[in-house]
Write a new protein. Structure first.
Length: 163
């Protein structure tokens, strides 16, 4: 969690140094990067483009095949899911949606093998109840197809069009 908070602090400092207001920023998070991106967007009221995200970092780490090695090493060190839950409480994406800007975008792969179905369902439920103005884009693809396809939506959020 310290690494994530340091990353967010660095990003906030860069935005301040460049005189970019939170409401003028677009924060993009891809896969595990959605965790700090969502936290940052919520802190500063920025628009968020969240791609291949989950509802909770602790459960995603514990349940995703992509983080099997992290879980295995944690267990070897005597850590349990409850340790992750306690350490990350307050920083999960579902706990950091209320202050993100209107018209944020969530891009979800419907066949993503790295995001457990229940983690997608938890995120979708939180979006429905907390940020109704957000756009949810469900793609018929896995993790990497979703990441690649999200570039179109990122460009649209930035107002960039290419001929």
């Amino acid at each position: 969690m310290q690494a994530m908070q340091g990353l967010v602090a660095d990003a906030e400092s860069l935005l301040q140094d460049r005189a970019i207001r939170g409401q003028d920023a677009v924060i993009v998070g891809l896969s595990v990067g959605t965790y700090p991106a969502t936290y940052l967007a919520n802190r500063i009221g920025a628009r968020l483009c969240s791609v291949a995200s989950a509802d909770r970092a602790d459960l995603a780490i514990w349940e995703s095949p992509a983080t099997r090695m992290v879980k295995h090493r944690a267990i070897q060190k005597g850590l349990q899911l409850s340790d992750y839950s306690m350490a990350l409480d307050g920083t999960h994406p579902v706990q950091n949606l209320k202050a993100i800007a209107r018209n944020s975008i969530f891009v979800i792969g419907q066949r993503d093998p790295f995001i457990p179905v229940c983690r997608n369902a938890g995120l979708l439920q939180a979006i429905e109840t907390q940020v109704r103005s957000a756009h949810v884009i469900k793609l018929d693809g896995g993790h990497f197809k979703t990441l690649r396809a999200s570039g179109q939506y990122q460009r649209e959020m930035l107002g960039l069009t290419f001929a």
